[in-house]
Design a protein around this ligand. Structure first.
Ligand code: UDP
Length: 373
């Protein structure tokens, strides 16, 4: 009998399993795919670590989370500074003084502030992504950097999306072009898969095992199930499928050492079908004669497709709540898919550590634990 059968070898499941196993609990991880690491998975293509399911950049302000992940890998000092290509012109991004210089020729924070103020659209209470962006940066910047990219990524008009999606991005009146404001940022040297291997050392993992295809058996061997997959799938879409976005990746090996000179270029014109082109070498630099690039194409999602982004609109949130109320008592849920949250990796680590701590406090009398987390 296992104390926990953990469904999914992604970040939430792996961190939770590590914590519980270190404390003496007996865990089994089952994973539908043929590999560990969930969407963080990186594949070694001739020495280049390819982020197979989209780029993952670890960033956090949380000392404990940063120290935790550094136990399992060394991190490079990578910081994310993508560029935007809009109709053939390159811009610095996220919006900063270089961007505003390129757009308007302003050279100081004061000039930039004055110009931005004259561009902003007066909207007292912005209620959707478009209104919020217009109220912050005005129509020209909105159309150059936000409208097309957002429409492609979410398959909806930005008027139909919540402001929270765009509020993730900084707008700066300095020359700082770092995507993240966090104190710590990096990429595990050797790729994420190596980090997961270290995280899962000595923990049994069954890959290519579909929990839902053999649910009764897995339930019969576990005191508790930790489920990290989507709830609509868990309940066989009984109340309907939730709103998700899909994503297609076109990976290409190119016979030249450097293709685009940077890790990511965002294509913000609505008429270009991909949202970005990623060159993996620049995340974790290696000297090779070849390079690997990936074009990302967001797609409509339908039952059976991989889920990438939860569409956190009102309908999606309300369906998620109804499913969450149906989760059996011996189930614990966590991670981006099960909680239907647009989480970053550091938030997933923090929430897995939190759940493990709670479990250790509440179950120490029923599971023979070596020590508290
Ligand atoms: N976004 C945009 N233009 C860009 C990049 C991002 O308008 O060039 C918007 C878009 O709505 C996106 C949101 O900002 O959904 C958040 O972007 P982020 O890079 O955080 O998304 P991630 O790929 O990390 O999930």
């Amino acid at each position: 009998m296992y104390d926990y059968v953990i469904v999914g070898a992604g970040l939430f499941g792996a961190v939770f399993a590590r914590q519980m196993c270190d404390a003496g609990a007996k865990c089994l991880i089952i994973e539908k795919r043929n590999h560990i690491a969930g969407n963080c998975y990186t594949k070694d293509v001739g020495g280049v670590h390819v982020h197979q399911y989209g780029p993952h950049i670890f960033h956090t302000n949380d000392d404990a989370v940063w120290q935790y992940v550094n136990r399992f890998a060394r991190f490079s000092r990578f910081s994310y500074r993508p560029k935007v290509n809009y109709r053939g012109t390159m811009y610095s991004f996220p919006i900063n003084l270089t961007t505003l210089y390129q757009m308007w020729g302003v050279t100081t924070p004061q000039e930039a502030k004055a110009r931005l103020e004259s561009e902003r659209v007066a909207i007292e209470r912005p209620s959707n992504l478009e209104e919020w962006a217009l109220s912050q940066v005005g129509r020209q910047l909105y159309e150059t950097f936000v409208y097309g990219y957002t429409k492609k990524q979410w398959g909806r008009d930005p008027k139909e999306l919540p402001t929270s999606i765009i509020r993730r991005l900084p707008i700066r009146l300095t020359w700082n072009d770092d995507y993240f404001n966090d104190a710590y940022c990096g990429i595990p040297i050797g790729g994420y898969t190596a980090l997961f291997k270290a995280l899962l050392e000595n923990i049994p993992v069954e890959t290519e095992a579909d929990f839902l295809a053999d649910r009764e058996r897995f339930e019969s061997i576990a005191r508790k199930i930790v489920y990290t997959g989507p709830l609509d799938r868990l309940f066989e879409y009984e109340l309907g499928a939730n709103d998700w976005r899909g994503l297609q990746f076109k990976h290409q090996v190119i016979s030249e050492p450097d293709y685009q000179g940077i890790a990511a270029i965002n294509y913000t014109d609505a008429d270009v079908p991909h949202t970005r082109c990623v060159e993996h070498k620049h995340f974790d630099p290696v000297e090779r004669d070849h390079t690997v690039i990936t074009h990302e194409f967001p797609s409509d999602w339908s039952v059976g497709d991989e889920m990438y982004y939860p569409v956190n609109n009102e309908a999606g949130e309300s369906l998620q709540k109804r499913y969450a109320a149906m989760v059996p008592k011996n189930y614990l849920i966590g991670g981006r898919l099960a909680t239907y949250r647009y989480y970053d990796m550091h938030q997933v680590v923090a929430s897995a550590l939190h759940l493990a701590k709670q479990q250790l406090q509440s179950t120490s009398d029923t599971i023979p634990l070596k020590r508290a987390a």
